[in-house]
Design a protein around this ligand. Sequence first.
Ligand code: SF4
Length: 445
Amino acid sequence: MTVTTDLNQQPESVMDDEEMRSCCLGNLVVIINTRGAIPTAKGTYPARFGIYGEIRSREFAFHFNPTGEIRYMRGLTRAWPHPWEWLKRSWGNDWVYYSVGLDRGQGRVKDWVGEDYLPCLSYESNAIREVTPYTEPGIARAFSAWSQVYGTLCTTSLEVLAPEMRAFVEQVIKANDDSALIRRAEDLHRIIGGRVSVLPPDTRHVDYEVIPLNIADGCLYKCRFCSVKSRAPFASRSDEEIAAQIEALKGYYGSSLQNFNALFLGDHDALAAGGERVAHAAQTACEAFGFGASKGAPPSVFLFGSCASFSKAGDETFKALEALPCTVYINLGLESADNDTLKMLGKPITAAMVTEALHKMVSVNARYPSVNVTANFLLGTTFSKAHHASIMALLGSVSREEGAKGCVYLSPLVETQRREEVLPMFHEIKEASGLPAYVYLIQRL
Ligand code: SF4
């Protein structure tokens, strides 16, 4: 059994179409072919998706992708904060702690992030609350426990194991060397042409488990305030480049593809590449990656659009997206409905354009059942009262009936001084809005 980082070769798996099996290895329990939830399932706690292997010590459970990389860790004793809480490692090699218990006194987590749990990132982002679970002893201990378990695996004779169990443990040893994990993330970024600096907020619907495929680079605006923009001018990628990327991604994910049913079409304004290119790329990628209703629900496709690309998109674009065997989520960065604020942000659009885009969003959502358009606005104590009032007025102009499909996200600017005032501001806007409103937590991949 070998695991390779050669991008043209699919990593093998010992967990394809097999029954669940377990055995002991010293003080560890090794389990292969565990079936978690279907990739599109949603639960009241972070679900373990798809097929995975598991190694348990007395204190911790560690889960592995079919290609062997560690994916989840959870404590099994009372030292762990909550049985529903997990550490998850992304394909970009970042750890995320899923908290379900940090909402005391702040309203339910579900009211502000739309899910029952709050992802706490291990890197700088726009968190609305300062949460540092990584310094809690129970959670910090998971990382040292994993190092110990990894060391034990590397130094224990595997002769006693049945061939499939041994192959799984060997795969885990090979895939989880620190440098191998870093190389794996670098390989992904190399295939798509760089790290995904921000995922659309709608990817929360699939627990951020998306395969990224870049069909364009850059964006139309280069807003002054934006910390994730690329310097490059906007350019679509050619059909040939997109096809080559799909092939390379297929080889990269290998047997772990079976755990995916969602695609992110990057990067910052994929809609500006045109409806035809978006639909063609989505269709080709979903087929190549084996996505489909057999995984529990239609696949999901996520992309960003801008005020300009969305205004330009006509019925032929939305008809092409509606015809796909997927649910398509388009997320628009509108930021403010106040001219002075837009000017201050260096965003070259007007309040009238933002108003028009929001009303078009409501209309597209009503007319195309499989297309789901959402929009982002900025939130923070450093903005003027006019900014806050303009968002309240615009979102309040949509009736609850019209706003039954789609939603808006309020993206907090990084606050260092008056962070505790931001969540009450969000709740005030949410109350006034005819569309469901959630906080946008920027996650990378
Ligand atoms: S906010 Fe959006 S449109 Fe503006 S620079 Fe950033 S990525 Fe580009």
